[in-house]
Design a protein around this ligand. Structure first.
Ligand code: FES
Ligand code: FE2
Length: 437
């Protein structure tokens, strides 16, 4: 439960807000690399309540600048994408990717006006098929966090990007909520005795547990926290417990345990206070994905471009049509939720709460402890920034490329951390780790 003022502090991300200041310390996904064609049209990037345009120059460099033209505010989404910058179609002013005004043909002395005009521009880094940017001032720019997927070749990565009509924190809470998997995703994550770790069937996962009330144990790290969701396994319960870890990287990345040879990260990036952009990243570390792999992931998620998601990353299944919940298939017992695909199930549950849920009215239980820890971590980060500090992990150059989540059977007398072998968490949870009670 959060009081109204805490709920506001957690959810508001615009310029000048405490959480907005937290986010302006981290590198964030702005768009997919594939959205930007060399010399093609600029793309709208909405991030933290601000509007920008991203573009790829005819020679291939990516630039991100504020949307309104510095002359009189026409949208640079309409601009001509010329060599070395965007030229506004209204009166021909041109800004480059660094925000420099390089031409102002309506002025008799364009050089002079260029000296006084400075257009807002943001850094752009391309990694893992994503264009990343940073909205804070240069002195707040910490090291770029190159997660394991961001250093894989494109052949090893499958990206899904979909807009959500809900606040970023509400969406993030679904990623740190292990218990919902047994219900909301019951059709797609099934129980099956035998295998020690989850098995990928091509259209879903089979896990060695049917325990719908996991016990969560949490530990803080220098980059956020991680937890073990502990369940009774279907086989070996006399001697072992089934553990799935989730790794939470502040402010908004989560690493999810995957079947052998696969990796999985998810994030919700705040568009504004009421909308967020979902990125789901699936990757392999030892071989490229083939077409069947990619189809399987996209279908499992319900994220097939053109079929489930349009070119503006809007879902076909959305609040306006009740997420196309199929009551007939529910009646026939063919599906638990009547909803197609993991992402549509998550989005339906989160969007159904309204854009910003009233956290004063909720009734949290034992399986919600990671949700509580997430809120505390972020509210603490907001306080840290307000008192002149740096939010958790933003200034630390940790070996993020080795960060991974894990799952498996652990002996009853052993700690849950025994399933983890990424080598990072131990190092990261050193003296700089912050305790969040
Ligand atoms: S508004 Fe862009 S050049 Fe005038
Ligand atoms: Fe989910």
């Amino acid at each position: 439960m959060l009081k109204a003022d805490e709920n506001r502090r957690l959810t508001q991300v615009g310029p000048g807000t405490p959480m907005g200041q937290v986010f302006r310390h981290y590198w964030l996904p702005a768009c997919l690399s594939s959205e930007l064609e060399a010399g093609g049209g600029p793309r709208l990037v909405e991030l933290l309540g601000e509007r920008m345009v991203a573009f790829r120059s005819p020679s291939g460099e990516v630039g991100i600048v504020a949307e309104p033209c510095p002359h009189r505010g026409a949208s640079l989404l309409l601009a001509r994408n010329e060599e070395c910058g965007l030229r506004c179609i209204y009166h021909g002013w041109k800004v480059d990717g660094a925000g420099k005004l390089v031409d102002a043909p309506t002025n008799r002395n364009p050089e002079r006006i260029a000296q006084v005009v400075r257009h807002a521009a943001y850094p752009a880094v391309e990694r893992g098929g994503v264009v990343w940017t940073h909205l804070g001032p240069p002195e707040q720019r910490g090291p770029f966090r190159a997660f394991k997927w961001a250093v894989q070749p494109a052949s090893h990565v499958q990206l899904i990007k979909v807009a959500m009509d809900a606040n970023w924190a509400q969406a993030m809470e679904s990623l740190v909520d292990s218990a919902h998997v047994s219900y909301l995703h019951a059709d797609l994550v099934r129980s099956g005795a035998g295998a020690e770790t989850a098995e990928w069937t091509g259209t879903g996962q089979v896990r060695n547990t049917a325990d719908g009330a996991p016990h969560l144990e949490i530990e803080d790290t220098a980059y956020g926290f991680r937890y073990g969701a502990i369940r009774r396994p279907l086989t070996g319960a006399d001697t072992h417990r089934y553990v799935r870890t989730t790794v939470v990287v502040a402010p908004n990345f989560v690493c999810i345990a995957s079947p052998e040879g696969r990796g999985h990260f998810e994030a919700y990036i705040p568009i504004d206070d009421h909308r967020s952009m979902f990125y789901s990243v699936h990757y392999t570390t030892h071989r490229p994905f083939d077409e069947q792999d990619r189809r399987g992931i996209l279908e499992w998620y319900g994220g097939r471009p053109g079929l489930d998601v349009d070119e503006n990353f809007r879902k076909v299944r959305n609040p306006d049509n009740g997420w196309l919940q199929d009551r007939e298939r529910m009646r026939l017992g063919e599906t638990y939720t009547g909803l197609f695909g993991i992402l549509n199930q998550d989005h339906a549950a989160v969007e159904s709460m309204g854009p910003i849920v009233d956290r004063a009215k909720e009734h949290l239980g034992p399986t919600d402890v990671a949700v509580i820890r997430f809120r505390r971590m972020m509210l603490r980060a907001a306080r840290d920034v307000e008192s002149g500090g740096v939010p958790i992990g933003a200034d630390q150059d940790l070996p993020y490329e080795s960060l991974d989540a894990a799952e498996g059977l652990v002996r009853l007398d052993a700690p849950w951390q025994e399933v983890i072998s990424d080598g990072l968490a131990g190092a990261a949870a050193g003296p700089s780790a912050t305790a969040y009670g």
